[in-house]
Design a protein around this ligand. Structure first.
Ligand code: NAD
Length: 300
C-alpha cells in the first residue's frame, strides 16, 4: 500500500462504529468517500472532512480500498454482491474489508465471489465498542489470505490496536462469534452481581469497584459498571445487534457440531431483553432482564 494521501478509501455504513472509524482514517490523511442510507450519518461524516457519495456504486468506482460497516449479513450481501453493489463497480484489484459482524458462511461467499471478480476481500470484524472505535484501539480479527492481510494492515492499524490474522475467509467472523458469547455472558453475570448486591442492601457501586480490581475484573466491569448501576442504557451496542450475534454463534456451534449451553442461556436472556422492548438499548440492559426475573423493577 502506498502513502495514505494517494490511497482513496470508500466507507459504507457510517453508524455508531463506522462514523468514528471513517473519521480516524480522515485524521490519518486518507481521502475518504462515504455512503450511508441515513442522511444524518452522512452529514456527520462530511463535517469530519469526508466526501459524501450518493450511492454504493459511486463509492466503489473511486476507491482503492472499500470498508463496509453494516448491521447484518443481508445488508452486506446487498451492498457487496447486489446489483449496483461494490463488486459490480469495483476497480480491478480493489481491496474490500468487511468489518461488519456477519455469518461466517456469508463472509466465505463474499470472499469467493470477490475473487472471481479480481477483488481481494477480507472479513475483519471488530471488538471494543463505540469507545474503541473513537479512540482507534479496536481489536480486529481478520479472515482471508495472508498477503491480502499484509496489504490491508496499514489501514487496519489506523483503526485498531490488536490486529490478528486468524485464518482463511470466515475465520474472523468465527472469532467474533466467540467474542460475542463471552461478552454476553459477562454482562449477564455482572447484572446478576448487581441484583444480588442491591437485594442484600450492599452498595453495588462499591462492590463492583472491588470486583473490578480482582480476578473477576474485566473490560466490561471497567467501562460499564458505573452506567449499569446508574441504569443508563443508551447504546453503545444495541440488544438487537447482540441478538443477531448470538444467532450467529449458535449457528456456528451447530455447524461445528459442538454444544455451547452457556451461550444458549445467554442467547435466551438477550432474546428476552428484545421481547421486553429493549432492542434499541445498550446490551448492558440485560440488568433489567435479570431484575425482572427476581421481581425487582429498578427505581434508578
Ligand atoms: P449502526 O446501526 O449504528 O450502523 C450501521 C450503519 O449502516 C447505519 O448508519 C445504517 O444507516 C447503515 N446502512 C444500512 N444499510 C445501508 C446501506 N444499504 N448502504 C449504506 N449504509 C447502510 O450499527 P453499529 O453499531 O455501527 O454496528 C455496525 C456493525 O458493527 C454491526 O455488524 C455490529 O454488530 C458491529 N459491531 C458493533 C459494535 C458496537 O459497539 N456498536 C461493536 C463491534 C461490532
Amino acid at each position: 500500500m502506498t502513502e495514505p494521501a494517494s490511497t482513496p478509501i470508500g466507507f459504507i455504513g457510517l453508524g455508531i462504529m463506522g462514523g468514528p472509524m471513517a473519521a480516524n482514517l480522515l485524521k490519518a490523511g486518507y481521502p475518504v468517500v462515504g455512503y450511508d442510507v441515513v442522511p444524518a450519518a452522512l452529514e456527520k461524516f462530511t463535517a469530519a472532512g469526508g466526501k459524501a457519495a450518493d450511492s454504493v456504486a459511486a463509492v466503489a468506482a473511486e476507491s482503492d480500498v472499500v470498508i463496509t460497516m453494516l448491521p447484518d449479513s443481508p445488508f452486506v450481501e446487498e451492498v457487496v454482491l447486489g446489483s449496483g453493489g461494490v463488486l459490480e463497480h469495483a476497480k480491478p484489484g480493489l481491496l474490500l474489508i468487511d468489518m461488519s459482524t456477519i455469518r461466517p458462511d456469508t463472509s466465505v461467499a463474499v470472499g469467493t465471489e470477490a475473487a472471481s471478480r479480481g477483488v481481494r476481500a477480507l472479513d475483519a470484524p471488530v471488538s471494543g465498542g463505540e469507545k474503541g472505535a473513537i479512540d482507534g484501539v479496536l481489536s480486529i480479527m481478520v479472515g482471508g489470505e495472508e498477503e491480502v492481510f499484509a496489504a490491508a494492515l496499514p489501514v487496519l492499524e489506523v483503526l485498531g490496536k490488536t490486529i490478528v490474522h486468524v485464518g482463511p475467509a470466515g475465520a474472523g467472523q468465527t472469532v467474533k462469534a466467540a467474542n460475542q458469547l463471552v461478552v454476553g455472558g459477562t454482562y449477564a453475570l455482572v447484572a446478576e452481581a448487581i441484583v444480588l448486591l442491591e437485594a442484600s442492601g450492599v452498595d453495588a457501586g462499591r462492590g463492583l469497584d472491588v470486583l473490578a480490581g480482582g480476578l473477576a475484573g474485566s473490560r466490561i466491569l471497567e467501562l460499564k459498571r458505573e452506567s449499569m448501576v446508574a441504569r443508563q442504557f443508551a447504546p453503545g451496542f444495541r440488544i438487537d445487534l447482540h441478538h443477531k450475534d448470538m444467532g450467529i454463534a449458535i449457528a456456528a456451534a451447530r455447524e461445528a457440531g459442538v454444544a455451547l449451553p452457556m451461550t444458549g442461556l445467554v442467547a435466551q436472556l438477550i432474546a428476552s431483553a428484545r421481547a421486553q422492548g429493549y432492542g434499541s438499548l445498550d446490551h448492558s440492559v440485560l440488568l433489567k432482564v435479570l431484575e425482572n426475573l427476581s421481581g425487582r423493577a429498578s427505581t434508578a
